[in-house]
Structure formats: C-alpha cells, structure tokens
Design a protein around this ligand. Structure first.
Ligand code: ATP
Ligand code: MG
Length: 209
C-alpha cells in the first residue's frame, strides 16, 4: 500500500457515503481522477529509475518483434477506430530480437499512444517492422500535428512536452518518449525522429539483430 493507494481507497470510501450533493460528488470525483493521474506518473518514474538502475535485462528472451507489434496494433485498433484514424500495420514475420518483451511492448504502446494522441481525426498511422542488415527496424509514422524543429532535440527528455496546452486533458507528463529511449538503449538500440509541423512524424527504432 503506497500513500497514493491509501488516498484512493479513502476517497472511494467517501464517495460511497450518502449525504454529498451533486457538486461535492463531482469535486470528489475530480480528486480521484487527479490521484489516478499521479499514480500513473509515479509508476512511470519508477519504470525510468528501474531502467536507469539497469534492471531491464531481468527477463531477457528472444521474441518476434513483428508478432509483438501486430498484437499491440490489434489491441489499440479500437482507439484508432474511435478517432476515425486508419491504422495500418505491416510487420515482417520472424524478425527475432533479444530483450525484455514486456518492456518492448511498452515502447510500441508509448509510440502508438503518441501517434494516436497527436493525430487529428481521420488521420493515418502506419506501423512497420522490417529486417535490415544486422538490424531490426520499427517505424511508427503518422500524418498528425508534427513537431517543430526547435523541439525535436528535446522530445526524448524527461517531462518535456512541446506544447502542454495542446493536449490538456490527456494527463500526459512528458515521460512516454523518455521511457522509450531508455528501453531502446537498454537493448543496445537507438531511436530517431523526423517531423515537421503539420507534416506528421516518423519515429524509427533500430535494434541490433
Ligand atoms: P506521456 O507520454 O507522459 O503521457 P506526452 O505524450 O506528452 O506524455 P512524450 O510521449 O514523452 O510525452 O512526448 C513528448 C512530446 O513530444 C509530446 O508532448 C508531444 O508534444 C511530442 N510528440 C510525441 N510524439 C508525437 C507525435 N507522434 N506527433 C506530434 N508530437 C509528438
Ligand atoms: Mg506520450
């Protein structure tokens, strides 16, 4: 039990009690949402410090990157559909990489989460997995809002967000790409980005085979 789970439990208990009016209930509900956001941030910070401590190698296995990416695309396809976004996944099979599969799933989820968040309705997102000489490539491309050149060098920094007002309600903390970068490094890989304001973004992860 962390202080945050205690807080959450207490608030949930309060919300079950009769006697609050609608306005008070709303305010308690908002508090609960903020606590959930805070828990999410704390979880992500813990993930980062574990990665910093070199704990990523604990579950080192060989897995099929194409299969992993296809399954994440399947899992998030409903979110894309809700936004009218066309999500295409073209993953070569038998692109076997070595690493922590759960951590790597986080890479795909975080990149796809961004693509979905920063691409307006009716946009397009493409996931591609391919085997290159000595490398596995994962590309996540979207035709969304893009990133200004001045911001590009910072997007992998902890807590950096291009425009915090751009996606106010999403609860993002600017940690997703920092986690992606740490996981890629822990796997001996790299991540790079190409983007233009209004011209979409393309993130490329290169892993040693
Ligand atoms: P979190 O991932 O912690 O929920 P976040 O999405 O804001 O929050 P990151 O994933 O680290 O944080 O991304 C950092 C910033 O880079 C974002 O705030 C956004 O401005 C920009 N960014 C990331 N991916 C994209 C993208 N696909 N298109 C446009 N901008 C992007
Ligand atoms: Mg993000």
């Amino acid at each position: 039990r962390t202080p945050l789970t205690v807080l959450r439990g207490e608030l949930e208990g309060l919300l079950r009690e009769p006697g609050f009016n609608a306005d008070q209930r709303d305010r308690l509900g908002s508090l609960l949402e903020e606590i959930q956001r805070l828990s999410h941030i704390v979880e992500r910070l813990l993930t980062l410090s574990r990665l910093d401590a070199g704990e990523a190698q604990v579950e080192w296995v060989t897995f099929d990157l194409g299969e992993l990416v296809s399954s994440v695309a399947d899992q998030l396809s409903l979110l894309a559909k809700d936004k009218g976004i066309t999500l295409t996944c073209s993953a070569a099979s038998r692109v076997h990489v070595r690493g922590d599969r759960t951590r790597f799933k986080q890479v795909v989820v975080n990149l796809l989460d961004n693509a979905l968040k920063y691409t307006p309705e009716q946009g397009r997102i493409t996931l591609t997995v391919s085997a290159r000489p000595n490398e596995a490539w994962l590309e996540v491309a979207d035709d969304g809002v893009g990133i200004p050149a001045s911001a590009l060098p910072h997007v992998f920094d902890r807590f950096y967000r291009v425009d915090p007002a751009r996606a106010p309600a999403d609860g993002g903390a600017g940690l997703g790409l920092a986690i992606v970068k740490s996981i890629c490094s822990a796997h001996g890989g790299h991540i790079q980005v190409q983007s233009q304001p209004g011209g979409g973004s393309r993130f490329l992860v290169r892993l040693p085979l």
